[in-house]
Design a protein around this ligand. Structure first.
Ligand SMILES: [Fe+2]
Length: 342
């Protein structure tokens, strides 16, 4: 054990090291290498009723032609004012009025859209028109050109998520604006999306070497159909993973999506994982316990499950469906994925 004299000498030594741009490992290794992950953010719930009241103002006060995207991002104040929903991820809601077009662009961060109330909207991804019917998931993988259009006669709203905070940490973001006036960008049909629309069937001579899924639209109808046929998993929920049909793996290398049906009245077994998750309540209502926090939720509410927090869920008054977006595939690729079920 250090005596006061040696401790003082050590602190003088440390000060001299620091002045020479050297750090001793011995006085800070516990901070540098904690025994387990420690999420900066507590779990957080964003209620739809608190978000919805701003959607009308966003449309009336922010012309779509003046902005890249008209999205309201869900932020956890634990990140000290940074635009972060939970570690590595952001979630948002986008609002488009009839005739609005969110101009084409592309970037290295990965993004998804989940259609909450978007019938009549379309996302164009790499020259393919992807309809946005209720519960549809649309991928906009890294460096794929994409734009959005509302061709209906009503306001549409969808849920977005992206791994912008991860790309900021890595300082790996590239962004290219498209031509806002290029009308031919919008004049497309579903194109090559047809190649990936038949479950279990893949063109034998279709080459797809990209790291992300070649399929961009996952229909809500198909998801709901599978959720109702699946048996419950070990945690008690029926869970679907959205996959890349060419590999069977996650849809994108650093963004990984799931749908879960929670059975009425049953509490799922608490589960924790090293990855981060954001849950959108697609239908139903219930209650979740994440770490030390419990909260009630209903349709279109969003909550976060920061990494290494045990989370369990209970649907009330009927089954409930969640859409879950995570950075799980990034952890898989880094061989850092750990999961525990209580
Ligand atoms: Fe984008």
């Amino acid at each position: 054990m250090a005596t006061p004299a040696t401790a003082a000498k050590d602190s003088d030594f440390v000060a001299q090291l620091e002045a020479a741009n050297l750090h001793p490992l011995w006085d800070r290794f516990r901070k540098l290498t904690p025994v387990k992950p420690q999420a900066k953010d507590p779990p957080f719930l964003w209620r739809w009723k608190d978000i919805e009241r701003f959607t009308g103002r966003a449309v009336s006060e922010v012309p779509i032609d003046d902005v890249e995207r008209r999205a309201l991002i869900l932020v956890n104040p634990a990140f000290g004012g940074e635009t972060v929903t939970t570690n590595n991820l952001i979630a948002a809601f986008t609002v488009l009025d009839p005739g609005d077009r969110a101009r084409p662009h592309r970037h290295t961060f990965a993004a998804i859209r989940f259609a909450t109330k978007a019938d009549g909207a379309a996302t164009i991804v790499n020259g393919r028109r992807c309809e946005m019917k209720s519960g549809d998931l649309i991928l906009t993988p890294p460096m794929c050109w994409h734009g959005h259009i509302n061709e209906s006669d009503h306001r549409i709203i969808w849920f977005d998520a992206a791994n912008i905070p991860l790309l900021r940490t890595l300082d790996a973001n590239f962004f290219e604006p498209g031509d806002a006036k290029a009308n031919d960008f919008w004049q497309v049909d579903d194109g090559d999306e047809k190649l990936w629309g038949e479950a279990g069937l893949v063109g034998a001579d279709i080459d797809h070497a990209r790291a992300h899924s070649p399929k961009y639209r996952y229909s809500g109808e198909a998801t709901r159909r599978l959720l109702s046929s699946l048996p419950a998993g070990p945690d008690g929920a029926r869970t679907v993973r959205y996959t890349n049909p060419a590999t069977g793996g996650a849809v994108m290398p650093a963004l990984d999506c799931y749908a879960a049906r929670l059975p009425d009245g049953q509490t799922t077994r608490p589960k924790r994982t090293t990855c981060n998750m954001i849950c959108l309540v697609v239908s139903g209502q219930g209650r979740s316990t994440v770490g030390e926090h419990s909260f009630d939720w209903s349709q279109n509410d969003v909550f976060s499950i920061p990494h290494w927090n045990f989370a369990s869920h209970q649907a009330k008054g009927g089954d409930a469906d969640l859409f879950i977006v995570s950075d799980r595939s990034a952890f898989e690729r880094l061989d850092l994925l750990r999961e525990e079920l209580q």
